[in-house]
Design a protein around this ligand. Sequence first.
Ligand SMILES: [Zn+2]
Length: 221
Amino acid sequence: MYNKLLNIIYPQKCILCNKILDTSCDFACNICKKKLEYILCDSRIKVAKNHSFDFVFSSFYYRDFIRKILLDFKFHNKKYLYDFLSHRIIKFARNYLANNKIDCVTFVPISFLRYMERGYNQSELLAKKISRELSIPLIKFNLIKIKHNKRQSELNVLLRKSNTKGVYKVRNANTFKDKCLLLIDDIYTTGNTVEECSKVLKEAGAKCIIVMTVARKNNIL
Ligand SMILES: [Zn+2]
């Protein structure tokens, strides 16, 4: 009764297009959901050969609709989108956990300067929700970014690799030693960012690293 009343006063809206939802929909309207289906990432998990991380999973391809949503999430202060954007990662991680172990969740850090400028780290918001839903501890501020580099999105493929070199550091290696980590980021493009993070995490003694991102630019690892 109370919920019904609440729904009349504050009707639930589609998180993506703001249309009022009928009660059968949870977070997005059926039209938006259809658009999302179209860009579901088909290669959900891959053994990451020649990489410091062990597996990578992405929920969507980075194009069309999801691209716009991620830009809103990252640059237009639409923090609340973390809830929707972590949805498929949580579902996948639950399946993964049926046969595998994850000791802790962590995320790709941003520099202090970027944090001050944006006011939040979008990957941290995702990781927080994922950790809470899976009841796996979140390790914050142990993997840190020590240099303020250029945005990866501003650089071409050749420059991206050198741009991420030496920018990440683990403060206390003991925290990650012999642990299976879930590393969260928003977008997987060339993989340089998660590769650099994974490299320092492995140097700190991490046993295995599973990377999960909301979107992936292409299908090549
Ligand atoms: Zn919608």
